[in-house]
Design a protein around this ligand. Sequence first.
Ligand SMILES: [Zn+2]
Length: 105
Amino acid sequence: MPYCPFCRTSYPDGTTHCPDCQVLLTDRLPPPEPDPITVATFPNQPEAEMWAELLRCAGIPCLVTAAVPGASTGGYYSAFVPHHIRVRAADVERAQALLPPVDPG
Ligand SMILES: [Zn+2]
């Protein structure tokens, strides 16, 4: 069964790419990587997804997760809940170079 090496979701046979991470699936789940690191937080999911798309276009797999525990990403309230963009530790610097500067406030 193919797995996404990034979000570790398993997919039905025949699936080649993870629709969430836009990365090639592997047959075997790799050893666990350290947790993805939050590189940016946006006021809502659409805005976070917009920037996530930019990172993916640059070849950086990333996850968009709700900043509020229990809020489901993609649900109705996701447009009103802050969302994090998270990347692998190895990609943090590249991601930060592409993302808007972090608001110190
Ligand atoms: Zn994935």
